[in-house]
Design a protein around this ligand. Sequence first.
Ligand SMILES: Cc1cc2nc3c(=O)[nH]c(=O)nc-3n(C[C@H](O)[C@H](O)[C@H](O)COP(=O)(O)OP(=O)(O)OC[C@H]3O[C@@H](n4cnc5c(N)ncnc54)[C@H](O)[C@@H]3O)c2cc1C
Length: 490
Amino acid sequence: MTVTVLTTSTSLFFLAPASPKPTPVRIRFKPRASSSSCSSSSSSVQTRVNSSQPSSNPYTGVIVVGAGLAGLAAATRLSSENVPFLLLEASDEVGGRVRTDFVDGFTLDRGFQIFITAYPEAKKLLDYEALDLRRFYSGARVYYGGEFHTVADPIRHIGDSLQSLANPIGSILDKLLIASTRIRVLTKPDEEILTAREVSTIELLRATGFSDSIIGRFFRPFFGGIFFDRDLETSSRLFDFIFKCLALGDNTVPAKGIGEIPKQLAKKLPSGSIRYGSRAVAINSDRFDSPAVRLQTGELLRSELGVIVAVDQPESDKLLRPYGLNPGQRKAGRSTVCLYYSADRAEIPVRDPVLFLNGSGEGIVNNMFFATNVAPSYGPSDKALVSVSLIGSFDGVSDDDLTAEVVRELSGWFKGSSSTVGNWKHLRTYRIGFAQPNQSPPTNLLKDPKVGPGLYLCGDQVTSATFDGALVSGRRAAEALLRDRAVVRV
Ligand SMILES: Cc1cc2nc3c(=O)[nH]c(=O)nc-3n(C[C@H](O)[C@H](O)[C@H](O)COP(=O)(O)OP(=O)(O)OC[C@H]3O[C@@H](n4cnc5c(N)ncnc54)[C@H](O)[C@@H]3O)c2cc1C
């Protein structure tokens, strides 16, 4: 086999010939010397530098654009092969949509987010013990007919499950169908699930034989809350994948907030490899062997091996427009609003770490929970943190009106208890216009990451719109680049 050898001052790259296609072999890159843009001592690359000056040495091995979970996973994979890379992040922190704010002693995740411990890629990448995961009750409490009804996981809460058999959330047949759905998804490998023949979730539920009662009272608020899609138009592939993960794992949040997940990944990357405050505005592959990235500041960063775009879908549509993506045909992304309130911890109506769902078919609240019941560290010791989620963007409604409407609605939910929802203090409202891409059929959850020569795309728009999907997509993009571009062997 013939290979072309390109040496630079800092690394040794074996570029695969165009034809015939070589068998991919494992590569090992030497880390770049201190003048490299990946070095913490480099003048051009430093953590938390908001660079506005043109770089004196604007070359780097791989440029990854976007430090959400996908970009971090791509960087992690490159790092595991000692491939030099630079991770560009427009904001001041890693995580993208998975971030947490700390406000007056409260831990506020940017929107209601649950980490399912059975996510297969996450299991490989994350140290769960260090995340100090706090578990939700395996099931939910559904508000319907003016009272709450428990829906419990029969494997983990057999007693609750038996008691709930006769409740109005679904018939006994519905509960048997949940058990059979569990068996169906558990017996399929993930890849088969993600590539199976698909219909919408609502079509799948109806075809399975679920009653309108359980669809409206449980599936719409529960899976609608996960997909930000109460109409359940989202692909049955996503439904099966999430159902399987829920059956195998726990619903959790890290004790220090959901943002700990990306932070843990970032901590393992080489020092100085992430550059904050660096917004890419164009990817240019006209004049170079490998694409270059133009920053908002005007600075041009050239990659030696390639560029991995790991930004959210609206942003990648802009950056990659010249490469033939056609955003004109896209369905609108999914939106959510999350409101946080504080209450006196001694006065909240329930102590359980349980998720409450709106099964009534009325009102604007989809789901809510007392975050400090799940993770006491989410608030000061005497205060409870209440998290309330709405589905949609509520563009025409002011924050004040939303805040008041939520309090009015939840006062009805908890009217029998001695605590008064009217005393809750509003802390913050997060309006998340683009929470997830629209994943109604037809979907391709294993899209080819390659966009052009030396150019790759990852993020939840190329896989499933989940933490796990984003992580998988980042690894796959990095592996595609490594396969295409370079091998060191033997
Ligand atoms: C409110 C909410 C709740 C969710 N709940 C769950 C859940 O419970 N479970 C679950 O599995 N998934 C959940 N998700 C989905 C999950 O968070 C996403 O699928 C996943 O985080 C997407 O990661 P990503 O890396 O693809 O994109 P992002 O997180 O969007 O990361 C993109 C990064 O690129 C940066 N960037 C953008 N443009 C540029 C640019 N031009 N130059 C440089 N940097 C740029 C951004 O600042 C960001 O850091 C939720 C999402 C939201 C919003």
